[in-house]
Design a protein around this ligand. Structure first.
Ligand SMILES: Cc1ncc(COP(=O)(O)O)c(C=O)c1O
Length: 493
């Protein structure tokens, strides 16, 4: 018998999660080490997603933990505005050295969302400081994800993330996303055709609808991650770069997912050999352990602010209390040291052919509509599930596959009808095999169940029992007039 202690689940509003469903079958990790999470009932779950794309060096790296712990007891906080601390400059220098050439002026933030909004604000302010305040429109892309702040959802292109929140920023337009399953299904790596023509649509759009002289910036993820691993066709990003240069539009790469080795290079900019004017990142910057993001800008952009702002003025009225907090700087320096010592991007590149073959071995399984991959990231897109009444159930099949994988000891990520795999870059070949074998088993299992396969209640029976038990205890305590913060249960594991 093992005793399982779960917290009271009622107070915490879990982000980007179906809370009612989650609280009916809570999936809680209580520890992590290397490539494995430990669940509440002591099961080891292989991390097929590097956390939330954010732990490229694996979990519980002692080098990072020690650096953060030491820093907490040396300088826990220094005011971020009007004063600073040495580690902020050291972290910026180290990150600048890791960045693609030329992107060596660094603004620190607390997350990817803050980095996206910071990048957009820098772009707008740059044109203003250069005497072009009317160059103030922003262009994003369908299915783009740039976090959840108002700037990010405005240029982002995922309807579900926008529809509840009003009209967001004005002066924003979007270009088409690059996925064409009808032509490119099951492409290994970068699709060959259509890239330049698709990029040319950007030029046509701004010429027809806006006048390019009104456009401040175009923001794109080199590979669209959150919306389902959308790999751009060959030549596409280079052509976008040419068009931006032609019209004086700043090109912003959101590398929150593609940064820090994911594609087998340091950044997506390196993979595609395209140099953006502004590059933003987060997640892997601290190996996910302390919230931190960064925006790297070309030196000319920083210099324009320094040269053209009035003497003594704050050149960019923007920043966060937690910009470059000491523990984030310590974590990022330790993380970049790990990257330098272990050459994790090279490791990802070396493993990518093996990973690609394993991912594409799932072709032909029921419901599998497309498989896409690049570096150490893969996306599996499923057919939309249609029930007996003919109603489509968007995301139901992938959700069930995710739950089944969890039962089988693998963590994957699902969004819409897509499962994304993005393991730590330290992953071993036998673990890659395990990821895709487990995924194959889960897909077959869910598909074989027919209609019942997509019912969440059919999965994670233990977790459902725990949740029910907690709910009962909670209700009983409330009836007794007691207030409790914890509920306990004992179950046979
Ligand atoms: C491309 C991209 N930009 C921005 C973000 C937002 O990052 P955060 O969740 O740290 O705010 C994400 C998160 O997944 C992302 O994938």
């Amino acid at each position: 018998m093992s005793k399982i202690t779960l917290p009271d689940l009622s107070h915490y509003w879990v982000p980007f999660t179906a809370n009612r469903q989650f609280k009916a079958m809570p999936r809680l990790f209580k520890a992590a080490r290397g490539h494995y999470f430990t669940t509440m009932d002591e099961r080891q779950v292989l991390d097929g997603t590097a956390g939330l794309w954010c732990t490229p060096a694996g979990h519980a790296r002692p080098e990072i933990a020690e650096a953060v712990g030491k820093q907490l007891l040396t300088l826990d906080y220094a005011p971020a505005f009007q004063s600073s601390h040495p580690l902020a400059f050291e972290a910026a220098t180290k990150l600048a050295e890791y960045m693609p050439a030329g992107l060596d002026r660094i603004f620190f933030t607390g997350s990817g969302s803050e980095s996206a909004d910071t990048a957009l604000k820098i772009a707008l302010a740059y044109h203003r400081v250069c005497g072009n305040p009317l160059r103030n429109k922003l262009i994003g892309r369908e299915r783009g994800y740039h976090g959840v702040n108002f700037g990010g959802i405005s240029v982002g292109g995922i309807a579900g993330n926008r529809k509840a929140f009003g009209n967001a920023l004005s002066g924003v337009d979007h270009i088409r996303h690059p996925l064409d399953i009808t032509k490119n299904a099951f492409t290994k790596g970068v699709p060959e055709d259509g890239g330049v023509a698709l990029a040319n649509e950007f030029e046509a759009r701004i010429l027809t609808l806006h006048d390019p002289s009104t456009i401040a910036a175009l923001i794109v993820e080199p590979v669209q991650g959150s919306a389902g691993v959308l790999v751009p066709p060959a030549g596409y990003l280079k052509r976008l770069r040419e068009i931006c240069t032609k019209y004086g539009i700043l090109l912003i790469f959101d590398e929150v997912i593609t940064g820090f080795g994911r594609l087998g290079t340091k950044f997506g900019a390196d993979y595609f050999d395209v140099s953006p004017d502004i590059l933003l990142c987060a997640k892997g910057l601290t190996n996910g352990v302390v919230p931190m993001g960064a925006v790297a800008v070309k030196r000319e952009i920083y210099d324009a602010f320094m040269e053209k702002s009035p003497a003594g003025a704050i050149e960019l009225p923007h920043g966060y209390t937690y910009s470059a907090i000491p523990i984030a700087c310590a974590a990022s320096i330790a993380t970049l040291d790990i990257f330098a010592q272990e050459k994790l991007e090279n490791r990802a590149a070396d493993l990518s052919a093996y990973f690609e073959a394993a991912a594409h071995s799932l072709k032909g399984l029921p419901m599998v509509r497309d498989i896409r991959n690049i570096g150490l990231v893969a996306g599996l897109e499923f057919e939309q599930f249609v029930d007996k009444t003919g109603a489509t159930k968007m995301g139901a099949f992938s959700m069930a596959v995710y739950l089944k994988c969890y039962e089988l000891g693998l963590h994957v990520r699902f969004t819409g009808d897509i499962i994304a795999i993005s393991p730590p870059l330290t992953i071993e070949k036998h673990e890659i095999d395990r990821i895709f074998n487990t995924l194959a088993d889960a897909i077959k299992f869910v598909a074989n169940q027919g209609e019942a396969g997509i019912l969440a209640n059919n999965y994670l029976k233990s977790e459902q029992n725990w949740a029910a038990q907690i709910a009962l205890e909670h209700a009983a305590l409330l009836e007794l007039g007691h207030h409790t913060h914890r509920a306990e249960e004992s179950l046979h594991a």
